[in-house]
Design a protein around this ligand. Structure first.
Ligand SMILES: Cc1ncc(COP(=O)(O)O)c(C=O)c1O
Length: 390
């Protein structure tokens, strides 16, 4: 089975592996890294082949974003998400985080507020802060099933009147919620009431577990089109983030013009490798994705069953993403205790909950997208480390 194969990534300039000494003080060959959100799996064969052909050609001249590229994206959204988008509503950027940064430039001014629901993917606050905008955090609350939900009444209380944008993570990282149509409708109403542009980051939309369906915001709430921007990319689904290529989907012509002006001003244009990889992945990667989802489902079951047997740990039931969110608050371990007692001993490296903003303290985020054998070893190590900490 292709996903069982263990690949050596040390020395490939991988952030997840080669940054371990500087980020965590741990040697890569002793660690099992479960922090950065990429997978320990090779991309689909078609992607590897197209990149090899491109590389072998040897001429890396200026290239363009062709119709086939746009058709590949539209075709994928139609087949996988029953979402019809017009090719002209698409713009290309240098990745999803880059899309967010560009949207902030296009639609807000320095000092304006951007609303986020925390804990959430840490680059959101990093980009907002670095752009000189205000972060308006609205902490997620837990519903009856122990999963996150947004609290719009509370969010309204945090507003100062200077907010221009609501940045939504859908599906949500971390915690893995797939927002329901009702929740998206509530978000749209909230944004409309407070004059906010909705930016829906849907990069995890293909990595959804059985029993759940991702709803593109635009499909769930068609009336939101005049104040909606959707972000996608083939990068997370097919494990190709180094291609640095993202899609921005804007149906409203006025908003699109405003965004395209910023792309022009900042000279953003696609790169040939990203265009080729996106086309190959969307046109020929569907079978691979089906197999990946079956594999991830098994990893999720193994992770949950073993982690929840460890005294004091509980994993939030994932509806999507390969990013498991584990609560260790009942152990009353400070972060420095966690580092000393668990991280230093086990060398299993997760993302610290604190970086995801308010509500993240006392949690760890574990990336479970790795060969099952490796995941099992990580769980063995964690079991020992936590039993020593009792
Ligand atoms: C919600 C979310 N958005 C964006 C990204 C990164 O996207 P990109 O690599 O396309 O910039 C991640 C990566 O983990 C993510 O979780």
């Amino acid at each position: 089975m292709q996903f069982d194969k263990i690949h050596n990534r040390i020395g490939t300039n991988s952030v997840k592996w080669d940054s371990l000494p500087s980020a965590y003080g741990v040697l890569p060959d002793e660690a099992i890294p479960m922090w950065i959100a990429d997978m320990e799996f090779q991309a689909p064969e078609a992607v590897i082949k197209c990149i090899s052909q491109l590389a072998e050609h040897g001429i890396y001249g200026y290239s363009r974003e062709d119709d086939e590229y746009r058709q590949a994206i539209c075709g994928w959204m139609e087949r996988r998400h029953q979402w019809h988008i017009h090719p002209e509503s698409l713009s290309s950027t240098h990745g999803t985080v880059n899309s967010i940064a560009l949207l902030i430039q296009a639609f807000t001014n320095p000092g304006d507020g951007v609303v986020i629901f925390t804990p959430v993917y840490h680059a959101f606050s990093r980009i907002i802060r670095a752009s000189g905008r205000q972060i308006i955090e609205s902490p997620l609350v837990k519903n009856a099933s122990g999963k996150y939900q947004m609290d719009f009444e509370a969010t309204a209380e945090y507003l100062t009147g200077n907010e221009k944008m609501l940045l939504l993570c859908s599906p949500h990282n971390p915690g893995g919620r797939v927002w329901s149509a009702k929740e998206l409708e509530e978000a749209a109403l909230f944004a409309q009431r407070h004059n906010l542009l909705i930016v829906s980051d849907e990069i995890h939309h293909d990595l959804v577990y059985s029993g759940y369906t991702h709803r593109p915001f635009e499909k769930a709430v068609p009336s939101a089109k005049p104040y909606l921007v959707t972000l996608t990319s083939a990068s997370k689904t097919f494990n190709i983030p180094s291609m640095h290529t993202g899609n921005v989907i804007i149906q409203d012509t006025k908003l699109r013009k405003q965004f395209d002006d910023v792309l022009q001003a900042l000279a953003i244009s696609p790169n040939s490798f990203g265009v080729a990889m996106t086309k190959a992945a969307y046109n020929e990667g569907e079978k691979w994705l089906g197999q990946l989802l079956i594999y991830l489902e098994k990893n999720k079951a193994l992770f949950d069953s073993r982690i929840n047997q460890i005294y004091g740990l509980s994993s939030m039931p994932l509806e999507s993403t390969y990013l498991a969110w584990v609560d260790y608050r009942s152990l009353n371990l400070s972060l420095s205790d966690y580092k000393k007692k668990i991280e230093e001993k086990s060398k299993v490296i997760a993302s610290h909950g604190e970086v995801f903003g308010t509500g993240g303290q006392g949690f760890m985020r574990f990336n479970i997208a790795m060969p099952l054998q490796m995941l099992d070893s990580a769980l063995d190590r964690l079991q020992v480390a936590f039993s020593d900490s009792e």
